[in-house]
Design a protein around this ligand. Sequence first.
Ligand code: X8Z
Ligand code: ZN
Length: 611
Amino acid sequence: MLKQKLTLSAMMVGLALGVTGCQPKQAATEQAVQAKALTAADAKAFLDNAQEELFKLQVPAAQAAWVYATYINDDSAAVSAYLNEKWSSRASELAKEAAKFNNVEVDADTRRKLDLLRNSLVLAPPADAAKSERLAQLSSELDGMYGKGQYCRENGECWSLGEMTAKMATERDNDLLLEIWKGWRQVSPPMKPLYEEMVTLANEGAKELGFEDTSALWRGKYDMPANEFGPELDRTWNQVKPFYDALHCHVRAKLGEHYGTDVVPQDKPIPAHLLGNMWAQTWGNIYDLVKPEQEMKVPDVTKALNEQGYDEIKMVKQAEAFFTGLGFEPLPESFWERSQFQKPRDRDVICHASAWDIDDKDDLRIKMCIQKTGEEFNVIHHELGHNFYQRAYKDQPLLYRGSANDGFHEAIGDTIALSITPKYLKEIGLIDEIPDESNDIGMLMQVALDKIAFVPFGLMVDQWRWKVFSGEVTPENYNKAWWELREKYQGVMAPVERPADAFDPGAKYHVPGNTPYTRYFLAHILQFQFHKALCEIAGDQGPVHRCSIYGSKEAGAALNKMLEMGMSQPWQEALASLTGSPQMDATAILDYFAPLKAYLDEQNQGRQCGW
Ligand code: X8Z
Ligand code: ZN
């Protein structure tokens, strides 16, 4: 996760961009090229040079970003901001230069590369050097503020985000949960002025590239006109919404039973501190409060991992074994030497999980502060999905080293994790027996609390950011607009009135980290399409929620075929190569959970749903 998304998008999600050498020489070349009419051959030569140049800048920037993320201090901040700026400002210059070929007739492959170059940045630096440097600095500072964040109680005891995350998952005391929820949000008010300034500078850079603003830049990365992307998301969300509403209704009723309807009013959004997660984005941790009345056997992966003495490394090895079982090569020795698996005791780091590709060759790493839980076991699979994707497309030209769209990158590891079924857990010895089908509603509920509950959160984060970037939401209204969207999409509300200086979006990693978020919405839809297709290829005959593709070389080969394509084709074609259809479609997620929907509808009879 390089900062200027060398941070996330270039390294994790592919595009490798950097800065280059000597400006006078560059200018001379430009003049020479402009003197005569540009040709397709000029375009190709330009792209070859651009990719070579960017690659040279990308690697040191990635190395510096890694050092910063795993050892936050003033020096690592300065070095990583410096190298990130060198890379991103050159990427921006080249993106502008690419426009010279707008009216030159070139083949489809060249056109695609030119378009990708123009669209590759996440935060576009303005041409003015001082502004570009300031943008890199702001971006690095915001990252660090989040990474260093902690909450200190009145008695002087301080808790890290990891410690608070663990408490949110298991504690059931309203007052304590509220204290933690408010406590963590003290991290973000100081971010607000920096964020405002960053928005202004990034918009300036986006305009120079010919985009209306950063929102248009972000929405323009999906092989369709930027203005059609939002409606496409709405279409998909509307497919899922009835299911979400049913889950919301049931969860609110059960929380009302546990905490009392004065704490959880039955006609209002659910207070955000009671859902088992700091951002109320996944709800699987409150399964015990909302589970079916009838006794259900649902594997407790956290318990199994602990009973069998899994440590952090063993968890990662086990996840790697899933991929090698599909036919992927094992991770390189350097992965084990260089990754960060545990939170260091003696320094600040950015704990938020990420996967890195430092050199587009084989220097793959993950950075996590692993907790020994089933939830984190899934996150490990998520991260390794990034690494195996990165390796699969490493031989593509630099501009194609990325996922078909950013949702694909986020979906691969999750797709694999959908195969962590009871059947698989038994196969690897984590459980002794596979619960029979009478337990399926429990299992589906457990998974839906994470997957269905996430969908509106995955959508709303960038609905907010797009409005912020476009200026529709101004700084005085940052927090108000955030909570309006939380209520509208998730039916979740702030448990207490928020202070005037609150900047609650900043308490979610991806906002100060400037990682686009719509990718996770896409991933939650796509992973069910992928899982269904892979189960068919693996020849699994049973219901798709019981299918595990573990050990299927056929499924592995089909997956690899899509991963190898990188960004060389529009994502619709990559999707079709695996699933047979170019359409993103929520039918697969709805089918997966269908038995649960019938159960929820029955439970919700007589309840007043909605908010
Ligand atoms: O940020 C992540 C990954 C790293 S790309 C751990 N995720 C989102 C989040 O934590 O908010 C995965 C799902 C959503
Ligand atoms: Zn990810």
